[in-house]
Ligand binder design. Structure first.
Ligand code: ZN
Length: 333
């Protein structure tokens, strides 16, 4: 079963690059840059990763990002993720980055964008893996800050495929960011948004209507509203779900309770992703495996999920068709 999961051509569509910072690299970069960490050891970091909800995770996550200082740090961080994802059978990835987490501490686009580009170019050349960047706005900050971020990103828009919306969801409805998303669309960027992770189903409809999100990141609360589920099915709006993250942040008590399979059976286009793999205990193949064990998914189910990830990506039709044909061939064997 493990080999089947790894061999399946997959796209990862919901991964925060800052959330791939492994404790070992956190220490290495802290030492390289003379940053003081509030942890004495890798074990202590592990103990701090016992989260109770989204906010308890975000507090530690923003602290960890402080070790990222130079272009080389961003390059090394992203390269480590790309190599790891490739070993899990990820053929294409669309990675989130939180520009404001860095610009707010004086680290500019001129520092992180060249680092990202170096890692992505190397992945194309050495791993045969394609990748895109999605710039997320932090929703706990005002829309004016998101607009400033979009303005600062203008010289780098050629390197950015889409905008997204992340960070603390409760109390921060998508409608608050309608203006900056419209500006991003005018600049030629596509849009996705986190919605319905902890927030109500209305935040999912809000992301579709006011942000014109083409995909919903998470969307686990959609099943509290049957009308919304029907809409997701009719319009084939992909959900980028992150099962291990949901269990770690207590959206579901146990993997057995996760609604991914139920949504899939109702015809929702669900995909499987790792979110913040170093914090939530697993990369993409670990998420597929957790679903296989927790929800009893079959090879055919896993292939549908992988196929959904390719179809829901921003790859062009030709690239999608090639990867889908590979999946079909695996099933025919
Ligand atoms: Zn996320």
């Amino acid at each position: 079963m493990t080999d089947f999961i790894i061999s399946l051509p997959k796209a990862e569509l919901h991964v925060h690059i800052e959330g791939t910072l492994e404790p070992e690299m956190m220490f290495e970069l802290a030492a390289r840059n003379g940053v003081d960490l509030p942890f004495a050891s890798v074990e202590e970091i592990g103990a701090a990763y016992e989260f109770t909800d989204l906010q308890s995770f975000l507090d530690i996550y923003y602290q960890g990002a402080e070790v990222l200082q130079t272009s080389d740090d961003f390059r090394d961080l992203m390269w480590a993720y790309l190599e790891r994802a490739a070993s899990d059978g990820v053929r294409h990835t669309e990675m989130f980055f939180d520009a404001q987490t860095h610009t707010n501490r004086g680290i500019g686009f001129d520092v992180f964008m060249p680092g990202f580009a170096a890692a992505m170019d190397r992945a194309t050349a050495e791993l045969g893996m394609t990748s895109l960047l999605i710039m997320c706005f932090l929703r706990h900050l005002p829309e004016s800050a998101a607009i400033e971020t979009l303005e600062a990103a203008r010289p780098y828009l050629g390197q950015i495929a889409a905008v997204g919306l992340d960070s603390s969801e409760l109390g921060h409805p998508p409608e608050d960011f309608a203006r900056v998303f419209a500006m991003a669309r005018d600049a030629g960027l596509r849009s996705v948004a986190h919605a319905g992770e902890e927030g109500p189903p209305g935040f999912i409809s809000g992301a579709l209507d006011s942000l014109r999100a083409e995909r919903i990141d998470h969307g686990v609360t959609c099943d509290q509203d049957d009308g919304l589920v029907s809409r997701l099915v009719t319009e084939q709006i992909p959900l980028t779900m992150c099962p291990l993250s949901n269990v770690r942040l207590k959206a579901f008590e146990r993997m057995e309770d996760h609604n991914l399979k139920r949504l899939m059976e109702r015809g929702v286009k669900v995909t499987v992703n790792s979110d913040d793999p170093s914090y939530f205990g697993g990369y993409i193949a670990d998420n597929y495996r957790a679903l296989e064990h927790g929800l009893g998914l079959t090879h055919a189910d896993l292939a549908v999920l992988a196929g959904n990830s390719i179809e829901a990506s921003f790859l062009d039709d030709e690239a999608k068709a090639m990867l889908i044909a590979e999946i079909d061939e695996m099933l025919a064997d």
